[in-house]
Design a protein around this ligand. Structure first.
Ligand code: ARG
Length: 574
């Protein structure tokens, strides 16, 4: 139930009745309930347009609002607001619907095919902290769209093709290295060495290029080494996904190699359509939509002189595949802002060539960087990029220390289990709770704190409710009576619970999990406020006690679902 939407629609209908259907009412949730639960925020604009005073206009609007039964009162306040007070009985009825629903009352949307391109690490390299944001923000989006009933196609566009594999294969062959039991760290080291050798050793460079050609032509030996390199890398990556509680599985891997066979045809086709042209042996598409520094149309190379294809060529083919084969209605990319121009160019070319329909929605959900406390890029002491696995190990170690400091009597195994949940959740939540469009400072102490908008705070709030419910010893099916909303903190909590759907729908459009984090934090604090002001277990009237237990159950369910969407686990005890 999307309360904000309902109010917005009621006001819109009132405006249609008075012939102002072009006006979009802006409704916001009020921080101070004394001023109404919700508020119409742009009355002044309309009153200026109509040359009417805001108060007079508000009276006309209020008079024309139908479905008055859901509103307790609707008032005007200076200088130009309409304050909307929702009727408690109506709220209570909505809560009942959510209470018995397995989906917290949230309907499935009209299903679309949505491709989410996320995580997408490169092969023969360990994942580093730069991959964290793409992996976890993309996964939240996949979970939300799944929940809303869409056909979500998770696409892990791994970098598993290109000349670098020629070098690596040549290097392994050269050194007679058995590739069967290599670790990823070793592979990465060899990869760096191979790159250096390529630049100084002509003979090796020639051999590398031969390997690329052989690989392209499906040579058995080269192909099997390549497969091994990919599988060694992905095996490690899946360990990280599992640790991160991310839903990416093997069948979601659709790397660059998938599109390789399409590339020669794409280049020919673009040439035939006069979209691409040959210049000094390379094939280039000039785009007037993008200008270089001297104001000329920018050229995107799609085939090099040596006939090699590029990252852009693959993404053009990938658009075609996702639209024509996967029938995507919407494609969302999670990569940092540096790839924006590249994606937009590939998209423009795919549109020009009619590979995709102009109606296909393309969204690039970019994100900023992780910074250290001195506001510089977050790196190791030696200035190297931090490996994701090292970061996650440190998170768990820190959580172990945190638990031990609390002097628990948990077994060693339980401590480790709990530390895994607390540590990893803290890292994820710290990231997800920041607006993805900005950089953020990575701060261990803050993210592991039990105060503020952190994972431990929300997880703890959940365990507290669970323990209250346990103490009550009333089974859910005995809670038949309706919810009674009297005290302000009760009503506030109820309205917060109702807000969940609005939040979920908003994120499904914008891909901004921080809004959900903020919401869960507010929900947890609303509960704590309610708990301080309304006695639950010791409430004398059984009817009130049951009603408050129901509100507690609804809060717990919403917190759990919200955390689940963030890919964050809950525990019954903390
Ligand atoms: N592998 C790339 C990287 O690590 C990200 C790929 C993003 N997806 C795409 N279709 N280009 O930067």
């Amino acid at each position: 139930m999307n309360l904000k939407n309902i109010i917005q629609q009621d006001i819109k209908n009132a405006l249609i009745k008075i012939d102002h259907k072009e006006y979009e009412p802006i409704i916001i949730l009020n921080k101070k309930v004394q001023l109404g639960h919700y508020q119409l925020n742009n009355l002044i604009k309309l009153s200026n347009m109509l040359n009417l005073n805001p108060h007079a206009l508000s009276e006309i609007i209020i008079l024309n609002i139908e479905k008055k039964s859901r509103y307790k009162k609707i008032t005007f306040s200076q200088p130009g607001f309409i304050n909307i007070f929702i009727d408690e009985k109506w709220i209570s009825k909505q809560l009942e619907k959510i209470f018995i629903s397995s989906r917290l009352g949230i309907n499935r949307s009209k299903s679309q095919n949505i491709v989410i391109d996320y995580s997408s690490p490169n092969i023969a390299k360990e994942m580093h902290i730069g991959h964290l944001r793409s992996t976890i923000i993309g996964d939240v989006m996949a979970r939300i769209l799944d929940f809303l009933g869409h056909n979500v196609i998770r696409a892990n566009h791994i970098g598993d093709w290109g000349t670098q594999f020629g070098m690596l294969i040549a290097y392994l062959e050269d050194k007679k290295l058995k590739h069967d039991n290599l670790s990823l760290a070793q592979l990465e080291k060899f990869y760096c060495k191979a790159k250096k050798k390529y630049d100084i050793d002509n003979f090796f460079a020639e051999k590398s290029r031969e390997c690329v050609v052989k690989l392209q032509n499906g040579d058995r030996n080269c192909f099997s080494i390549w497969k091994k390199i990919v599988s060694i890398t992905m095996l490690e990556n899946y360990k990280i996904y599992k640790k991160l509680n991310v839903t990416l599985k093997e069948n979601h891997t659709m790397g660059e190699s998938v599109y390789n066979k399409m590339l020669p045809d794409i280049v020919n086709d673009l040439k035939n359509k006069k979209i691409a042209m040959e210049i000094n042996g390379s094939t280039v598409v000039f785009l007037k939509e993008f200008k270089n520094r001297s104001g000329e149309s920018m050229g995107v190379v799609i085939q090099k002189k040596d006939k090699g294809f590029l990252y852009s060529t693959t993404d053009i083919a990938c658009f075609k595949y996702r639209y024509q084969q996967l029938h995507a209605n919407r494609i969302i990319y999670y990569t940092d802002s540096r790839q924006h121009q590249h994606l937009m160019q590939a998209w423009t070319i795919a549109k020009k060539a009619n590979y995709i329909s102009p109606n296909l929605l393309l969204e690039h959900h970019m994100f900023g960087m992780m910074l250290s406390k001195n506001k510089r890029p977050f790196k190791t002491r030696n200035g190297d990029t931090i490996k994701l696995s090292a970061l996650l190990d440190e998170a768990v170690e820190r959580a172990i220390r945190l638990i031990k400091n609390k002097k628990t009597n948990l077994s060693k195994r339980k401590v480790i289990q709990l530390a895994n949940i607390i540590g990893i959740s803290a890292v994820k939540y710290a990231d997800l709770s920041k607006n993805r469009n900005t950089n953020y400072v990575f701060d261990w102490d803050k993210m592991l704190s039990f105060e503020g908008n952190t994972a431990p705070y929300i997880q703890y709030a959940y365990t507290r409710i669970i323990s209250i419910l346990k103490k009550s010893a009333i089974s859910i099916n005995k809670l038949k009576e309706e919810i009674i909303l009297k005290k302000e903190s009760e009503i506030n909590l109820a309205i917060k619970i109702l807000e969940f759907e609005e939040i979920i729908l908003l994120i499904s459009q914008k891909g901004t999990p921080h809004i959900l984090c903020k919401y869960l934090y507010q929900l947890a604090t609303s509960f704590s406020n309610f708990y301080e002001n309304c006695s639950i277990l010791f409430c004398k009237k059984i009817q009130n006690r049951k009603s408050r237990l129901k509100l507690s159950i609804l809060t717990a369910k919403t917190l759990k679902k919200g955390l689940n969407i963030l890919g964050i686990q809950v525990t019954k005890k903390m």
